[in-house]
Design a protein around this ligand. Structure first.
Ligand code: ADP
Ligand code: NA
Length: 330
């Protein structure tokens, strides 16, 4: 295998991916299969840092895997697996935690943000050490590249530092991963508040379109999306965030450029745009929903695919951990 290796993970924290997850991240995973040796992981260990419901976790882990397969992650071309099925993640995380400075970990801004609400004293140590587990996820697979958004840059920087630190102290074991800056990922905004990003945790249910939403439901959400004063259908993120968001979604799902769309809707109203976008969304999600349900309705098949993925992942992760243990004197 000579293609660069990439590692990416997604948390099983909701009952469906929403359009933001898909257009901002997962769609790119599908495309990277053409150019990279891809390891994709449903990071369920990361999903228990702030309390969780075991049944929901089990269900969401399966839905996430089924949706990844449904949108086009090819389990023969890529390695698709569930993090908790590969014990090396937790094992390497411990090792890395022992070469991470307490002050260094304390500087992670995501922990500061996430712990701000309940207070540091009420946060779990797991939330604090989350970036170290993330470093283990990446370093186990000798990933050359990791797709990162702005919010994950600091964590990737920590992964790079830990790889270099280990290699310098004990001998070269880890590839130092580079950030893979993805061009052209769409940022999708909340339908009810088009200045905030569409988010499962922050948006209201009507602000989000889930890939598993019934067509009537998503069409209704689009019809009631907040639009801007005026009637012209133009792309103007600053002054017309609502219409711009609808155009972004329309363009991404239909493959038509924004220019093409604004020309086509010249002289038409918001109602026309919303009605057509409802149909575009319904057409787009129909085959994805069908494929997702096919996996969920055949649990043995989904288990089989994930077991093969875990086995492929463990071959790589096991070799890396063995090399690290050897250097460490275990
Ligand atoms: P959420 O913000 O809904 O909690 P996550 O933080 O779990 O979603 O994000 C999973 C992936 O989806 C990340 O790679 C993130 O960058 C991407 N993503 C989430 N929301 C959006 C959005 N509104 N637009 C673009 N990408 C998004
Ligand atoms: Na988030």
């Amino acid at each position: 295998e000579t293609r660069p290796r990439v590692l990416s993970g997604i948390q099983p924290t909701s009952d469906s991916f929403h359009l933001g997850n898909y257009l901002g991240a997962v769609r790119n995973w599908v495309q990277m299969q053409e150019t990279h040796d891809c390891f994709y992981c449903v990071v369920d260990l990361h999903a228990i840092t702030a309390g969780h419901d075991p049944e929901a976790l089990r269900r969401r882990t399966r839905v996430s895997a089924a949706q990844l397969l449904a949108v086009g992650i090819d389990p023969d071309a890529s390695t698709l697996f569930v993090q908790s099925q590969v014990p090396e993640h937790a094992q390497l995380a411990w090792v890395l935690s022992c070469i991470t400075g307490y002050g260094e970990a304390s500087r992670m801004t995501q922990f500061k943000d996430k712990s701000a609400k309940g207070g540091v004293d009420r946060s779990s140590v797991g939330l604090f050490t989350y970036p170290i587990l993330q470093a283990a996820d990446i370093l186990l697979y000798q990933a050359d590249a990791v797709p990162v958004g702005e919010d994950q840059r600091q964590h990737l920087e920590l992964s790079r530092d830990l790889a270099q630190r280990f290699n310098n102290a004990f001998g070269k074991v880890f590839t130092v991963p580079a950030p893979y800056i993805v061009r052209e990922t769409a940022k999708i905004y909340d339908l009810q508040d088009p200045t905030a990003k569409m988010s499962k945790s922050a948006s209201s249910p009507t602000g989000i379109i889930d890939l598993l939403d019934e067509p009537n439901r998503s069409a209704k959400k689009i019809r009631s999306a907040v639009t801007d004063t005026g009637r012209e259908i133009v792309f103007d993120q600053a002054n017309k965030p609502g219409v711009s968001n609808l155009l972004t979604i329309y363009s991404a799902l239909s493959g038509r450029s924004i220019d093409e769309l604004t020309t086509a809707y010249d002289g038409k109203g918001y109602g026309d745009l919303k009605k057509d976008l409802g149909a575009v969304v319904a057409d787009f999600v129909a085959p994805i929903q069908k494929a997702t349900h096919a996996y969920l309705d055949d649990p043995a098949e989904l288990d089989r695919v994930l077991a093969i993925g875990a086995e492929k992942a463990r071959r790589v992760a096991g070799a890396t951990l063995a090399a690290a243990y050897d250097r460490l004197g275990f």
